[in-house]
Each structure stands twice: as structure tokens, then as C-alpha cells.
Design a protein around this ligand. Structure first.
Ligand SMILES: C[S@@+](CC[C@H](N)C(=O)[O-])C[C@H]1O[C@@H](n2cnc3c(N)ncnc32)[C@H](O)[C@@H]1O
Length: 224
């Protein structure tokens, strides 16, 4: 089992599902909404799949802000899925592992994910995405990245130390706040993604850093 799956099962539980929306804003100092708007700009096609949809923030943005006719959402955590249904009326949500997609070959025009990449075996994920995406379909991956600039790195580390401290009060997020920085630092998700996308016949692969290199978006197109 990929260690990320183990982390994800421990991180996203009944204890913290209801507070995720506030916490993601707090932990990213309000940048999460901006980053997701950048994902939205890349979305195209009629059937859009949101992997690791969580409480449905991005699925709702796609439903309300793009020309998609159908938004399919998928997440590992039933507790998060429940929030997405209750709070955002997300209709089509599937409880599954993104590494084994329960969809037909070439059935989605666009596949997006925000904060999934570091939790999965990238090659398994891309193998599945490559099977499910239509020819010329667009894939968008977004996740945290470890900043390269030394000054930013120092500030980034202080930020996570403060988050870790706040975990003493916000106990349902203590585990996440104490382990997330190390996960981000160790993750090679974007390098692995580039290699895997190329191997699976994706083209026009590009990447964009946001907020001083603290998060990154990778976009690619399936070769028709
Ligand atoms: C930080 S939350 C992000 C939720 C949402 N994408 C957002 O941006 O608000 C991470 C989500 O990834 C889900 N997740 C982690 N590993 C997964 C996997 N292998 N398959 C499907 N979902 C996964 C978790 O259950 C959790 O809901």
C-alpha cells in the first residue's frame, strides 16, 4: 500500500470533515480559493471528473463556473462525501480510490484534482486517468509544493510550526498539522507526474507555481 493512502485515511476523518472548509482557508492564509480559480480557468469539456473532491469546494466551483454539463466527484472518505452532499448538494459522488477509477474508458473530457497528488502512487493514478480521459481531454493536477527560495522556505517552515502549535487547540487537525510539512517536503509528485504523463502519451505539459512556489498546478492534454 502506498504510504500516502495510509496518511489520507488517518488525515481525513469524521472528526474533521465538518471543519475542513474553514481549515483549508486558514492553513493556506486564504490562498486556496485563488488557486482553485486557476484550476477552473483550465477546465473544458462536457463531462468533468473531480478526483479527491473532499467537501466539494472545487466540484461546486466547476458546476457554477464552467460549461460542464456533468460534474462527477470522487473521494476516498465517506465522511467528506457526506459533507459535500449535505452542504453543497453535490449530486454524483463516488466513494473510491483515485488509483482505481470506476469509469468506462474514454468517458471524461476533463479530469482535475486539488491536493490529491501527494497521497497517491502517481503512475497508478496516471495509468487510470489515461484510460478514462477522452482523446484531446485535459488533465489538471494541483497540490502543495516545497518552495525553492531560501527566505520563503524559512517563512514556510515558521508557518507550519505555527500550524503545528494551533493543532494543540484544534485537536481534530493536530495530526495533519504536525505531519503535512514533512509530506510536502518529501513528495516528488510533480517530477513523477511529468515523467508519467509523457510515458502515457500526454502532450502540452505545463506547470505553474503559485504564491512564491508554495503550490503548483500541472496541466496536460491527452494526445488525440
Ligand atoms: C486536502 S483534501 C482536498 C479536498 C478537495 N480536493 C479540496 O481541494 O478542497 C484531500 C482529499 O483527498 C482525498 N483522498 C486522498 N487520497 C485519495 C485517494 N487515493 N483516492 C481518492 N481520494 C483521496 C481525501 O479523502 C480528502 O478528501
Amino acid at each position: 500500500m502506498h504510504s500516502g493512502l495510509y496518511n489520507a485515511r488517518g488525515f481525513f476523518t469524521e472528526r474533521n470533515a465538518s471543519t475542513y472548509d474553514q481549515i483549508v482557508r486558514y492553513a493556506t492564509i486564504g490562498r486556496d480559493g485563488r488557486w482553485k480559480k486557476n484550476i477552473l480557468c483550465k477546465v473544458q469539456g462536457k463531462i468533468v471528473l473531480d478526483l479527491a473532491s473532499g467537501t466539494g469546494i472545487l466540484s461546486e466551483m466547476i458546476r457554477n463556473g464552467t460549461d460542464a454539463l456533468e460534474v462527477l466527484s470522487l473521494d476516498l472518505s465517506l465522511d467528506y462525501i457526506k459533507i459535500s452532499k449535505d452542504r453543497r448538494k453535490i449530486q454524483t459522488v463516488i466513494n473510491a480510490n483515485a488509483e482505481m477509477l470506476p469509469f468506462r474508458n474514454r468517458s471524461c473530457d476533463c479530469i482535475v484534482s486539488s491536493y490529491l497528488a501527494k497521497y497517491v502512487n502517481i503512475d497508478n493514478l496516471v495509468t487510470e486517468i489515461s484510460r478514462v480521459i477522452t482523446a484531446n481531454g485535459i488533465v489538471v493536477f494541483h497540490d502543495f509544493s516545497y518552495p525553492r527560495n531560501k527566505v520563503i522556505r524559512t517563512l514556510w517552515k515558521i508557518h507550519f510550526k505555527l500550524l503545528c502549535l494551533s493543532g494543540l487547540a484544534i485537536t481534530s487537525w493536530r495530526l495533519v498539522f504536525s505531519e503535512l510539512d514533512q509530506m510536502i517536503e518529501n513528495s516528488k509528485w510533480s517530477e513523477e507526474l511529468f515523467t508519467s504523463l509523457k510515458r502515457h502519451g500526454f502532450v502540452e505539459i505545463s506547470s505553474t507555481y503559485f504564491t512564491f512556489g508554495t503550490s503548483k498546478m500541472v496541466v496536460a492534454k491527452k494526445n488525440g
